[in-house]
Design a protein around this ligand. Structure first.
Ligand code: UDP
Length: 239
């Protein structure tokens, strides 16, 4: 007997970029299915799971603006990109046999539900996985900030940022072999040392609302489950 999960309700942030897998663009079906499987497992353990998904595999407002586009228009395109990813994830999750709802911060209610906080919480209570799409619904924000916002709104016990690296390092581990991974650090440290955990807005939201964050590798099989069972996976940012 493995014991019970350490968390009642979590908010998982998945970057859009990770969904590309080995591709240059779009969604890799194999990655999608793996992620859906791991998320479904958490839900089967009885953990309530909310997910915020990025859109960087399709469009980023800042990138489009560099090419000359109006920034706000670019951000609208980026937010719509997250809706595309959310629909793909919903489909993959439902193929595992769990129930899932997409709720968008921008009204596109022929495609998915509008985000209504109390309704989202009800879905979670019923064991449905909720995918929060379209970020915060506002330009100039990121999906990391949206994740912090939704996590706080739904009273999540923990926010998990699943990325391509297995935690927070004191230097870029891709560039420096002597880079050291933190077991834990404070939000102020992350802010002062500009460790690139998340943008400032997201870090400050977490800090001021006492929401702990774990940064982990989304491709390490079984890590998500271990984390939810209370094992010290990745880097803990808190306080
Ligand atoms: N975006 C936005 N407001 C939000 C969240 C996202 O305008 O609240 C836009 C922004 O253009 C961003 C894009 O959506 O670049 C995709 O999100 P993000 O870059 O955070 O995705 P990720 O890096 O996680 O793939």
């Amino acid at each position: 007997q493995e014991g019970r999960p350490a968390y009642r309700r979590i908010l998982l942030k998945l970057s859009g970029e990770a969904f590309m897998g080995a591709q240059e663009y779009g969604v890799d079906p194999a990655v999608l299915d793996q992620v859906a499987q791991e998320v479904a497992e958490l839900s089967a353990l009885g953990v309530e799971v909310g997910i915020v998904i990025g859109g960087g595999n399709i469009f980023r407002g800042a990138g489009l603006a560099k090419g000359g586009m109006d920034r706000v228009t670019g951000d609208h395109m980026g937010m719509l990109a997250t809706v595309i990813n959310a629909l793909a994830l919903q489909d993959a999750i439902e193929r595992t046999g769990r129930f899932c709802r997409v709720m968008s911060a921008i009204r596109i209610n022929q495609v998915c539900e509008d985000y209504i906080r109390r309704r989202a919480v009800r879905h979670l209570e019923k064991g449905r996985i909720v995918v929060f799409a379209a970020g915060t619904g506002n330009p100039f924000f990121t999906t990391d900030s949206a994740a912090a916002l939704r996590a706080i709104e739904i009273n999540a016990d923990l926010m998990i940022k699943a990325t391509k690296v297995d935690g927070v390092y004191d230097a870029d581990p891709m560039q420096r072999s002597d880079a050291r991974r933190f077991e834990r650090l404070s939000f102020d440290e992350a802010l002062e040392r500009r460790l690139g955990v998340m943008d400032t807005t997201a870090l400050v939201m977490c800090r001021d609302n006492r929401l702990p964050l774990r940064v982990m590798n989304m491709f390490a099989k079984g890590d998500l489950r271990r984390l939810v069972m209370g094992e010290p996976v990745g880097t803990l940012v808190e306080g």
